[in-house]
Design a protein around this ligand. Structure first.
Ligand code: 13P
Ligand code: SF4
Length: 311
C-alpha cells in the first residue's frame, strides 16, 4: 500500500478528519478532507463529527481546534510546527501589558498561544480582522496583538488608533520591496496580491490584500490576469488547482534562494510520513488545560459568531 492508501484506510477505521492549511506541502493538501485559511479551519473544527482531528498546520491552529473540541483527540504531525508570531507574544509579558492598559478591548490575531487567547476579549483572523475591529464601539481603546503589520493595515483601513504588539511573521517580513518593484517592471500587467502580514511598503503597491482564502478567490475571479503573489509559496498549489492556467509568480524574498519564494519552515516540518505516524500512534497530541480552554473558548466563539453574521 502507498502511504496515501494507508492514511485513507486508517482515517476511516479511526473516524478521523484531516484539516490542512494552504501552506502545507502539496501531498498533505491533496490528502486532506478540508484545506483552508485559519478561519475556515476553525469553522471546520466546529462542524466535524470525527473522533480524531489530524491538524496539518501549525501549533496555534491545532490548539484552537482542541479548544473547540476538548473531548476529541487532536494530533499535529510535528510539535515543532510553531509560528514566529505566536512566539513573539509570551503570555506572561502580554498579561502585564494588558494589565497596564485596563480599559482596553483586547483583540488578538489567531496566531497566538491558547494562554494569550485566554487573556483576550475577541480573536480575529486575517479574513475578519476589519469586521472584528469595526464591531468595537468607537470610544473603546483597543490593544491589537501580536502582528504589528496586520494591526497597522487595519488602522489604515479604519482610521482607528490601536495599541500594537510588536510581533511579525518571519515569512512575510522576508519579501524584498526592491526586488518586487523590479519584478513588477518586467511584468507590468501582473497584479500584486498580498497577505496583510506583509510590511506596509509591500501592501502599498498591492492591488488586493487579503487572507489566503481571499487571495485564492481573487485569482479565481480574475482569471484573465497574471499575479505576483506575496504570501507563503504553498498557496500556489491551490491556486494552480483552482485556476489551472493561472500565471503566478511568487514574490521575491530578500535573501537569494533558488525558487525566489518564501516558505514557512514551521509549516514545512510536517510531512506525509509524520502525518501517517501521528494518526497511527495518536501522538503527538495537543493538550490544553481545562482552565485555559474555558477562558480561551469565549473570544474564539465571539469571533465565530461575528463571522457568521451577514454585513
Ligand atoms: P490565513 O490563512 O488565515 O490568511 O493566515 C495565514 C497565516 O500566516 C497562517 O499562519
Ligand atoms: Fe506563523 Fe508566518 Fe508561518 Fe504563518 S507563515 S505559521 S504567521 S511564521
Amino acid at each position: 500500500m502507498t502511504l496515501q492508501e494507508k492514511i485513507i484506510k486508517l482515517k476511516k477505521e479511526k473516524k478521523a478528519v484531516i484539516l490542512a492549511h494552504y501552506y502545507q506541502n502539496q501531498d498533505i493538501q491533496d490528502i486532506a478532507d478540508y484545506v483552508g485559511d485559519s478561519l475556515g479551519l476553525s469553522q471546520q473544527a466546529v462542524k466535524t463529527d470525527a473522533d480524531i482531528i489530524v491538524f496539518a498546520g501549525v501549533h496555534f491552529m491545532a490548539e484552537t481546534a482542541k479548544i473547540l473540541n476538548p473531548n476529541k483527540i487532536v494530533v499535529l504531525p510535528d510539535l515543532n510546527a510553531g509560528c514566529s508570531l505566536a512566539d513573539s507574544c509570551p503570555s506572561d509579558t502580554f498579561e502585564s501589558f494588558t494589565k497596564s492598559h485596563p480599559n482596553h478591548t483586547v483583540i488578538t490575531y489567531i496566531n497566538c498561544s491558547a494562554e494569550v487567547k485566554a487573556l483576550t476579549d475577541i480573536v480575529c483572523t486575517s479574513s475578519n480582522a476589519l469586521k472584528i475591529v469595526n464591531s468595537i464601539p468607537k470610544n473603546k481603546p483597543i490593544i491589537f496583538a501580536p502582528d504589528r503589520n496586520l494591526g497597522r493595515y487595519i488602522m489604515s483601513q479604519t482610521g482607528r488608533e490601536m495599541l500594537l504588539w510588536d510581533g511579525s511573521c518571519v515569512v512575510h517580513e522576508a519579501f524584498s520591496i526592491e526586488k518586487l518593484i523590479e519584478l513588477h517592471k518586467k511584468y507590468p500587467n501582473y497584479l500584486i496580491i498580498a497577505h496583510p502580514e506583509s510590511e506596509a511598503h509591500i501592501l502599498k503597491i498591492a492591488t488586493y490584500i487579503g487572507s489566503t482564502a481571499g487571495m485564492i478567490n481573487y485569482v479565481k475571479k480574475n482569471q484573465d490576469k497574471g499575479f505576483i503573489v506575496a504570501t507563503e509559496a504553498g498557496i500556489l498549489h491551490k491556486m494552480n488547482q483552482e485556476v489551472p492556467n493561472a500565471e503566478l509568480i511568487p514574490a521575491p524574498a530578500k535573501e537569494d534562494n533558488t525558487c525566489a519564494c518564501s516558505e514557512c519552515a514551521f509549516m514545512k516540518v510536517n510531512t506525509l510520513e509524520k502525518l501517517y505516524k501521528c494518526l497511527r500512534d495518536e501522538n503527538p497530541q495537543i493538550h490544553v488545560s481545562e482552565e485555559v480552554i474555558k477562558k480561551a473558548l469565549v473570544p474564539i466563539q465571539r469571533m465565530l459568531k461575528l463571522s457568521a453574521q451577514n454585513d
